[in-house]
Design a protein around this ligand. Structure first.
Ligand SMILES: Cc1cc2nc3c(=O)[nH]c(=O)nc-3n(C[C@H](O)[C@H](O)[C@H](O)COP(=O)(O)O)c2cc1C
Length: 234
């Protein structure tokens, strides 16, 4: 599909149908589409407009195989954890089993996706304590905690843009984070500098299945009007 031939999809349709796609066809994805997806990613907000993101795109077959093997290794831990987890109450048994089965499929097939995307952030440090006005120096450690708390918030909006841009182009993807369990090995394989952290590993390709609709807990359970104790009426 050419970039200009991409079907138009209404934003809310994309949001409501961008379900996790873990079964992807091996067919190649045109580079222009990946560029378009990346260009959507970098339209996202970032703290202080730092735009300290980087995106490693792996298409080389041998490199994908190596990434896939590491993902499989990281997934051994996920497998043990998921075995010990019980089904969240809001998921039906069928939904839970589908997620587990498809997740397990991806453990073995990550490297088969034609594109593997790794969103990263270069670490941003605080200015030196001495550079702060004296009155604020006592706050320094709390500020460090604050920065740590919001770190992922400068890359996950870009990840959501990636997911929606893929959906708009008919491409499937899913955010995965298993690889963080052995992140050092991934960084070594991909030559990622020490001061750059990875935040996700996303397979991208033409989906085997269909898009959406995604089902979620109702707003009345998760949204609050003015105070926690008041459920959102809508
Ligand atoms: C932070 C985060 C980590 C995730 N990690 C994984 C993962 O390691 N493997 C996986 O298959 N899916 C992973 N997912 C995808 C979720 O399982 C998926 O978004 C959820 O089941 C909803 O799927 P749906 O949109 O198809 O309903 C992750 C999602 C998030 C937000």
């Amino acid at each position: 599909m050419s970039v200009s031939a991409a079907p138009a999809i209404e934003l809310f349709d994309a949001i409501h149908t961008a379900r996790a796609q873990r079964r992807l066809r091996p067919d190649p994805v045109p580079e222009a589409l990946i560029t378009r997806v990346l260009d959507a990613a970098i339209r996202a907000p970032s703290a202080g407009n730092a735009q300290n993101w980087h995106f490693v795109v792996v298409r080389d077959a041998e490199q994908r195989r190596r990434v896939g093997a590491l993902y499989r290794k990281a997934s051994d831990i996920a497998e043990a954890v998921y075995k010990a987890r019980s089904r969240p109450a809001h998921l039906t048994e069928a939904q839970w089993q589908r997620m587990l089965t498809n997740g397990a499929h991806l453990w073995d097939h990550m490297g088969d996706a034609p594109v593997l995307l790794i969103p990263c952030l270069r670490q941003r440090d605080l200015p030196a304590r001495e550079a702060l006005d004296a009155a604020w120096r006592d706050h320094y450690d709390a500020e460090r905690d604050y920065l740590d708390r919001i770190r992922g918030a400068s890359i996950y909006p870009a990840v959501q843009n990636l997911i929606l841009a893929c959906r708009a182009l008919g491409l499937g993807t899913v955010i995965t984070t298993n690889h963080l369990r052995i992140e050092a090995e991934f960084k070594a394989l991909l030559g990622i500098p020490a001061d750059v952290d990875t935040f996700a590993l996303m397979p991208i390709g033409w989906p085997e299945g269909h898009f959406g609709p995604v089902s979620r807990r109702p707003l009345s359970e998760v949204a609050h009007a003015d105070r926690w104790s008041n459920a959102w009426p809508g």
